[in-house]
Design a protein around this ligand. Structure first.
Ligand SMILES: [Zn+2]
Length: 487
């Protein structure tokens, strides 16, 4: 019998890896084995250590990978798996492949830097400390990627096929509809990957939220495709216990920028270089053009930012109407007057010398490293400045410490006083919240026989399990790490 096994993102939000094994098929082989997503475990040490464990099945015996989107918690383990012997095709959308070509080598580079740091400081119990994979490993794995268009049916083996449908999460993101022929019958399974913001108003909401018709802050289309009818679903639950603020973020952002400029200060935005930075740029351009905030120079300080903007512009067909109108009117962000992109280290240093009001967008998004550290080191002590968070801040990161109102922070072995203003705009989230998820589920043509929740902290998954059972009467289970489910 064919089975599904959860090799990651069960009990946590990272390390997405779901194995389907068609075991015991007629040609005498062990069964066709396909991984849906191949993500890195991130965050707490107990999870990160699993990246180093021997894979539960020999990577050489996995026949294919089907990838939902480029985020590292879904794609970041691929170079490691290839280094350990995986040689099959990796199917993804064209935009996801382009994004992976930037993000995976960057991840390899960071792994090497981290190992180098530990070796220099002697801070690892391993001598020498090794990277999980290198930049070269990441570049080597890119040759295995094969593009598959949305809606195109792809045959994986005699009994398995799949197609991608829109997830509306980030550029290129999709869900995987997997079809299994077994005993003369076809079965359909749905793997949601990460689910984007669901466009509202939705008739199923108790409180109408007309302002959120298009999730504010988005560049790409919002929303997963409605009308699913899979018999088994593996679904994310990141925001299973939370509701995002739904008011338009633009007036709030305009006010924060205006107040800072009037104080003579600068705005620092720690943001992930891919997707989040582009969203912020489009929104800033929009409010500057509308005259609701002053035009001040915008510096985008990230080595990946230019490449990421180029990829975005290549796939403008995935943009929502607002973003497309902006591009039609003003062209690529790379050509916007007053917007500066610093690819090189020297250009980054020049931004530090800017003593007039400006906006600095720089990575990393959770202030765990990267060029944003230099900007914060210099600007956190000045009460005229403003820090704006536009992404989730993981517990224990510097980003979370600043967001929670700490008065000082350690950066490059220095205690830095925090006197700058701090704000967090949660509306930029790329994940549907609980109400939005319910709205999407209610669009199903028939409920799945079983829904397995993955990709959520246990509290979020439990709450979502209860909510779906209560409101829709569906059978919902929380996936356990290494659990096998007969299909
Ligand atoms: Zn994601």
């Amino acid at each position: 019998m064919a089975y599904l096994q959860f090799l990651g993102a069960a009990g946590t939000v990272t390390g997405s890896k779901h194995l389907i094994n068609t075991a015991g098929n007629s040609d005498g082989r062990q069964g066709f084995q396909v991984l849906i997503d191949c993500g890195l475990f991130q965050g707490r040490k107990e999870w990160r250590e699993r990246n180093w464990q021997e894979p539960p099945i020999p990577p050489g015996q996995i026949d294919a990978i089907v990838l939902t989107h480029a985020h590292l918690d879904h794609s970041g383990y691929i170079p490691r798996l290839v280094r350990q012997g995986f040689q099959g095709p990796i199917y993804a959308t064209a935009a996801t492949i382009d994004l992976c070509a930037v993000m995976l080598p960057d991840s390899g580079h960071l792994q090497e830097e981290e190992a180098h740091f530990h070796n220099k400081k002697g801070t690892s119990k391993h001598r020498p400390a090794l990277p999980l994979y290198t930049l070269q490993d990441a570049e080597d794995c890119l040759r295995l990627f094969q593009p598959v268009g949305f809606g195109e049916m792809k045959q994986l083996s005699k009994e398995l096929s799949f197609r991608f449908v829109h997830a509306g999460h980030i550029l290129g993101s999709c869900m995987v509809e997997l079809f299994l022929q077994q005993n003369g019958k076809q079965h359909k399974f749905l793997f949601t990957g990460d689910i984007g913001r669901v466009p509202l108003p939705c008739p199923t909401f108790e409180v109408p939220r007309p302002d959120a018709a298009q999730a504010p802050g988005r560049v790409v289309h919002a929303g997963p495709e409605p009308g699913e009818d899979a018999e088994l679903m593996v679904m994310e639950s990141t925001y299973g216990n939370r509701v995002h603020p739904h008011e338009d973020v633009r007036p709030q952002l305009a006010q924060l920028i205006s107040d800072t400029v009037h104080r003579g200060g600068s705005v620092i935005v720690p943001a992930f270089a891919v997707e989040r930075t582009q969203k912020f740029l489009f929104m800033t351009k929009e409010i500057m053009e509308s005259g609701t905030c002053p035009r001040v120079p915008v510096f985008v300080d990230s080595p990946m930012a230019i490449k990421a903007v180029e990829i975005f512009m290549k796939y403008s067909s995935e943009f929502n109407d607002d973003a497309r109108k902006l591009v039609n009117k003003y062209g690529s962000p790379l050509t916007w007057e007053g917007f500066h992109f610093a690819a090189k280290q020297e250009e980054s240093r020049k931004i530090n010398d800017a003593h007039y009001p400006c906006i600095i967008v720089s990575s990393s998004g959770m202030v765990t490293g990267g060029r944003v550290l230099h900007h914060l080191l210099q600007r956190l002590p000045d009460p005229r400045n403003q820090v704006i968070f536009i992404g989730f801040q993981s517990p224990g990161t510097r980003g979370e410490i600043i967001k929670n109102g700490a008065r000082s922070l350690r950066i490059f072995s220095q205690d830095v006083a925090i006197r700058a203003h701090v704000a967090a705009l949660e509306q930029f989230s790329d994940h549907a919240d609980t109400e939005e998820l319910l709205c999407w589920l209610k669009s199903f043509r028939q409920p799945p026989r079983t829904t397995f929740l993955v990709h959520g902290e246990s509290e979020a998954a439990q709450q979502l399990q209860q909510t779906i059972s209560l409101k829709l009467g569906w059978k919902v289970d929380i996936a356990q790490w290494m659990q096998k489910v007969v299909l």
